[in-house]
Design a binder for this molecule. Structure first.
Ligand code: PLP
Ligand code: COI
Length: 340
């Protein structure tokens, strides 16, 4: 095991030993390859460089209280990557190969799996890029799949600590019939300016998007879905322009087992003033409670609770983290245990 101060890790790139690669050539995916090289050599006319033919995923391996290593819901990430591939005309990466690649990547980098006590985890970042050379706008004929691992700490300041967010009306991340439902690099390129402006000055954790068409409904934060709590009900937006978050899907199930009602429906901005608790959720964010959402262009500001994580957010967090780390029974069968 590496001698790293696991508890102080930020959410960033930390070099590890190996990555796993796979090439798509002549109409099929090849065998998995294990590699310690961190760079790639691609054609300057590759479609990923010009036309954004790129999709990625994010998932985590956790060292449990019992010492076992668990990857959370990797089948869901495999399915979503396939959906992203469909969305931008790339060949689907097979489910079994995805699973094998994730497990292998964790095993090869076992020395970088943070301790249970640190609360940090090993983040897996699979991606697929179009590598075939094209100048006209059309899909490539060759692709490269890579997954690398990096140990990470909390994405938002303080981890499970409430942070303020800011609504961006000036920029849209994705259109109602656009690519927002896919995890493709282009969506993140479209969000960078809003993100940089929102975080400038250090006041806000992240930008927050309304629906692009009417600017009336809540969509999501830059790198996480939104949820709120009111009258023992877990409320989360239904929208055609947000990423279907695996964390959010899991929290909806957990909420039901905790006795909450669950509503997935359009959420108008004005409803924010009625919520008792609010949070951002995602693989990187886990649950990141929201203290306040400001809408500077209308002068409105929505406050949730007393600025500390609310009671339902605490319960949801405890149960989710408990399942991921083996403290709670994995009643839904979400974990894949990796033999180390
Ligand atoms: N929304 C966006 C835009 C994201 O980038 C992410 C991160 O993956 C999420 C939501 C959360 O999704 P998940 O819970 O599957 O990580
Ligand atoms: C994740 O939560 O896995 C993400 O991909 C969010 C962000 C770092 C892009």
């Amino acid at each position: 095991m590496q001698n790293i101060d696991w508890g102080s890790l930020p959410f960033g790139y930390y070099p590890t030993n190996y990555n796993v690669r796979c090439y798509y050539r002549n109409g099929e995916w090849g065998e998995l390859e294990y590699c310690s090289e961190t760079t790639i050599n691609i054609h300057m006319a590759a479609t990923c460089l010009h036309y954004g033919q790129e999709a990625f995923e994010g998932l985590k391996a956790h060292r449990g209280v019992d010492g076992k290593v668990r990857i959370f819901r990797l089948d869901e990430n495999a399915k979503r990557l396939q959906s992203s591939c469909d969305g931008i005309c790339m060949p689907r990466f097979p489910m079994e190969k995805f699973e094998e690649a994730m497990i292998k990547c964790v095993q090869l980098n076992k020395d970088f799996i943070p301790t249970y006590e640190s609360g940090a985890s090993l983040y897996l970042r699979p991606l697929i890029i179009g590598t075939g050379a094209r100048v006209g706008v059309k899909p490539a004929d060759e692709y490269l799949f890579i997954v690398f691992a990096t140990p990470v700490g909390p994405y938002f300041k303080g981890g499970f600590q409430a942070n303020p967010y800011v609504i961006t009306r000036k920029y849209d991340r994705s259109a109602p019939l656009g690519t927002g439902i896919y995890k493709v690099g282009g969506n993140y390129a479209a969000s960078l300016r809003a993100h940089v402006e929102a975080c400038h000055g250090g006041q806000y954790a992240c930008e927050f998007y309304l629906d692009a068409k009417e600017k009336k409904y809540i969509d999501e934060a830059g790198a996480a879905n939104f949820f709120a709590v009111k009258d023992n009900t877990y409320i989360t937006p239904q929208s055609t322009s947000i990423l279907p978050s695996i964390t959010n899907k899991s929290l909806m199930q957990i909420a039901e087992t905790l006795g909450m009602k669950v509503e997935r429906r359009p959420v108008a901005e004005e409803e924010l003033s009625t919520f008792e608790e609010a949070g951002a959720c995602g693989t990187a964010a886990v649950i990141s409670p929201i203290s306040r959402i400001d809408d500077p262009e209308t002068g409105k500001s929505y406050q949730f609770g007393d600025g500390t994580p609310g009671p339902w957010s605490r319960k949801l967090y405890k149960k989710l983290r408990g399942i991921q780390t083996g403290l709670e029974k994995d009643e839904f069968g979400w974990n894949t245990i990796v033999e180390i």
